[in-house]
Design a protein around this ligand. Structure first.
Ligand code: AQP
Length: 339
């Protein structure tokens, strides 16, 4: 690790990955790769906290891996793996469940909003943040780069780590969330007051990272704006649509906020949408092309994920053994490989 901060972050293979996932998380993972010791996890155990079709989940898991690689996650610099390939995550989750007060979980806002959309709410959905704490704490991660929607879960991870350390003695690193100011919460294009989400409406809501240019034109062309004319960054609720488009433009173009505003001075919303569309299509084009190549070779993807899982296990397994030891379990003898 060479004294570099250790980073862990995850992404659910729960649907079509969108530019909110890209700008809130993946882009910062890629940009931080050289300076950090990186672990990126495709969190399939998290995905099943809401119902998933098994074949679709398998496909989405490989698609997610291919998107991350196409976006620039480099297996020589980062460990990329599938959560369920490292069983220490589920084991650590159980132990942490047993010291996490129910009330801490019941007040999680993501739980409340996701539960409201489910006919039957699984206990897994309630426990989701504890599993996320296990993901992070197993690797002694210092930093967790995420979008703003995950801020509360990282805070809870810190609380769980502090509680464990208090009861059993210093054992976990207490991590911090790393949330960029720009792109931390990309909003839905059909409703700029709701977060862009994989589980949003099928069309018009999100731009998928590997969407075809025509689909991107469709979505951004219909983006909700307002009845005014001002094209400026603004936190006013009535300007949320225009502000969202400007944020997307800023992050995709690499320009500064004053440059972006100057660029649109005296221009109308139609021009804004066209410019955002072009910059999004061109920024995502190399990712889409590389993704298509990677998806032709699923065996290569699986091999790469197997290597990542072996690297992850090298850290997670000793850590979970230490965890079991702390809470008082009799550890298996070295000849017993089943645990
Ligand atoms: N709209 C967003 N803006 C900025 N960042 C976002 N992230 C998600 N949506 C936005 C960040 O992407 C990373 C991976 O997210 P996730 O797969 O763990 O799931 P999520 O946060 O629950 O995101 P979704 O896309 O809305 O998925 P579903 O619909 O399945 O719940 C995280 O760092 C997240 O913050």
């Amino acid at each position: 690790m060479n004294g570099r901060p250790r980073v862990l972050s995850g992404i659910q293979p729960s649907g079509r990955l969108h530019i909110g996932n890209y700008l809130g998380a993946i882009q910062q993972w890629v940009l931080g790769q050289d300076a950090k010791d990186n672990f990126f996890c495709i969190v399939d155990l998290h995905a099943i906290t809401v119902p998933q079709d098994p074949d679709q989940l398998r496909l989405q898991t490989r698609q997610t891996a291919a998107i991350l690689l196409a976006a620039g996650i480099d297996p020589k610099k980062s460990t990329l793996f599938v959560q369920s390939h490292v069983r220490a995550h589920a084991e650590a989750c159980w132990i942490l469940n047993c010291l996490t007060p129910l009330g801490w979980l019941e007040r999680m806002t993501q739980y409340k909003s996701k539960a409201a959309n489910q006919e039957t709410v699984s206990t897994g959905l309630l426990n989701y943040p504890v599993l996320m704490a296990a993901d992070i704490l197993l690797y002694d991660a210092d930093e967790v780069p995420v979008g703003d929607d995950q801020r509360q879960h990282v805070e809870l991870t810190r609380d769980i780590a502090v509680r464990f350390n208090h009861i059993y003695g210093d054992f976990f690193v207490v991590p911090k969330a790393v949330i960029r100011e720009e792109g931390a919460r990309v909003m839905g294009l059909d409703d700029p007051n709701a977060k862009m989400s994989k589980s949003g409406p099928a069309r018009g809501h999100a731009v998928g990272i590997v969407d075809e240019p025509d689909e991107i034109r469709y979505t951004l062309g219909r983006a909700v704006t307002d009845s005014g004319r001002e094209i400026q960054f603004s936190s006013a609720p009535e300007k949320a649509g225009v502000n969202n488009l400007l944020q997307i433009y800023l992050l995709m173009s690499g320009k500064s906020a004053p440059e972006v505003e100057r660029n649109f001075e005296g221009r109308g919303y139609g021009d804004l949408k066209k410019a955002v569309t072009e910059v999004v299509i061109e920024s995502l084009r190399p990712i889409r092309e590389r993704y298509a190549q990677l998806m032709q070779e699923p065996d290569d993807l699986d091999r790469l994920l197997a290597t990542g899982a072996a690297q992850a296990r090298a850290l997670a397994e000793p850590k979970v053994l230490g965890l079991k030891e702390r809470v008082g379990f009799v550890l298996p003898t070295t000849s017993d490989t089943s645990t």
